[in-house]
Write a protein that binds this ligand. Structure first.
Ligand SMILES: Cc1cc2nc3c(=O)[nH]c(=O)nc-3n(C[C@H](O)[C@H](O)[C@H](O)COP(=O)(O)OP(=O)(O)OC[C@H]3O[C@@H](n4cnc5c(N)ncnc54)[C@H](O)[C@@H]3O)c2cc1C
Length: 385
């Protein structure tokens, strides 16, 4: 590992450092390495231990903000490049289906030339065989699919393996002499010319040391999974977004690859916590969330057994504008990214974060998204049509 040491051995010099080896930190490290940059990634636990943990995530194109639609389309091209490089499938062929959408909700898909179609209730089995009869059309996004999340982390970590420094970063600061950025770990102090903080829910705490105040809130979210009644041998089930409320809840869903299991969660719902590993407030009944999801599955998804076969409690992070908002900041040699639902964006965001670290500024499109994430630039971009 080409880390130059000072004579004391305590201080070490780096060029570019990434803090955090979740999907975004690994993607940014890989993007920088491919540009010939001397980059190192600090990760205190096994890569992908934070919000990037688990087996599946949905890749979908549809977002309320059209710039996110464009970013998703760019990301899909990046996913295909990653698949070519590793020779493995990282996003399955399942597609995505949405219920409760109206014509303007597909404006971004139209504008960015993303394949999609409206499916009448009489034909709904052609896109989602496990679904009970619904009122209203489904919007089908056939090039979406279920991300193989763990495989993605393994592939990315493999690509950057000799650049990972297995250390927890305790603090990020600008030293008194103003020369670079200082990173404190348990066994050494590093100086880097440029630092990208991709530490998930730990990012706000780390970058507070350079004067950034990121308004990220955290909640614990319950995600039960269910057995597909046909064992998953039939047509693959699509990723799912139901905003209609027809079955009493708004939910998302995703197949877990070809395991015959399907994850369902309540959109945006969780128990607020002041920081990620805080104790749950006394009296919190996480089971109540599982029951609500089971009731939804019983009513809306007869192709699944409504008794959950497993559950995962995970940390959900959010900026003021809500579930799909993302923010990127840069000051004094330090870049930082936070948001939610960013797994699918990793290939495109990895490149844009590399641009941020090398250019010393946040690219304009990310600045616009950040402003909207904070509610600064009022409404999200949405074109009526
Ligand atoms: C329930 C749930 C459902 C989701 N569904 C979807 C979905 O369908 N589609 C989608 O695209 N996204 C989804 N997401 C969001 C997505 O998983 C996250 O946005 C994404 O994984 C964030 O990646 P990250 O690299 O920014 O952060 P993380 O994955 O949290 O990675 C941060 C890493 O930094 C490390 N770290 C932290 N502090 C330090 C430190 N001080 N020093 C060194 N290392 C440190 C951690 O160990 C961790 O490995 C979902 C998330 C949850 C919780």
């Amino acid at each position: 590992m080409p880390v130059s040491r000072s004579s004391s051995g305590l201080r070490r010099q780096l060029d570019v450092a990434v803090v955090g080896g979740g999907v975004l930190g690994l993607a940014a490290t890989d993007a920088l390495l491919r540009r010939g940059v001397d980059v190192h990634c600090f990760e205190g636990r096994p890569p992908g231990s934070g919000q990037s943990g688990g087996l599946t995530r949905s890749f979908r194109h549809r977002h309320d903000d059209e710039e996110l639609v464009a970013l998703a389309a760019e990301s899909l091209r990046g996913w295909r490049d990653w698949e070519r490089r590793c020779g493995r499938r990282l996003i399955g062929p399942e597609g995505a289906a949405y219920l409760g959408m109206v014509a303007p909700d597909a404006a971004g898909l139209r504008r960015h030339g993303i394949e999609h179609r409206w499916v009448r209730p009489a034909e709904q089995d052609s896109v989602f065989g496990a679904l009970a009869p619904v009122d209203g059309p489904l919007l089908s996004d056939p090039t979406a699919g279920a991300i193989r999340a763990r495989r993605t982390i393994d592939v990315l970590a493999g690509w950057v393996r000799d650049r990972i420094i297995p250390a927890h970063v305790h603090a990020v600061s600008v030293p008194g002499d103003g020369d670079g950025v200082e990173l404190q770990t348990a066994d050494a102090i590093y100086r880097a010319r440029s630092v990208l903080v991709c530490a998930g829910t730990a990012t706000p705490r780390l970058v507070a040391g350079v004067g950034l105040d990121l308004p990220l809130s955290c909640a614990l979210h319950v995600r039960p999974h269910f057995r597909v009644r046909d064992g998953g041998d039939g047509e693959p089930l699509p990723c799912w977004v139901d905003r209609s409320g027809q079955f009493g809840e708004t939910v998302y869903g995703s197949p877990i690859g070809r395991t015959g299991r399907y994850v369902v969660g309540l959109i945006g719902e969780g128990v607020d916590v002041p920081y990620p590993d805080a104790a749950l407030p006394p009296g919190t009944a996480m089971e109540a969330y599982v029951r609500r999801v089971s009731d939804y599955v019983r009513a809306a998804l007869p192709g699944l057994d409504p008794e959950p076969v497993g559950v995962r409690v995970c940390v959900m992070s959010k900026l003021p504008a809500g579930s799909d908002a993302l923010g990127v900041w840069h000051t004094a040699g330090v870049g930082a990214v936070v948001g939610h639902n960013l797994f699918k964006m990793a290939p495109a965001l990895g490149e844009l974060l590399a641009d941020t670290a090398l250019g010393g500024a946040v690219p304009a499109r990310l600045r616009r998204l950040t402003d909207r994430a904070l509610g600064v630039a009022a409404a999200p971009v949405r074109v009526a049509g």
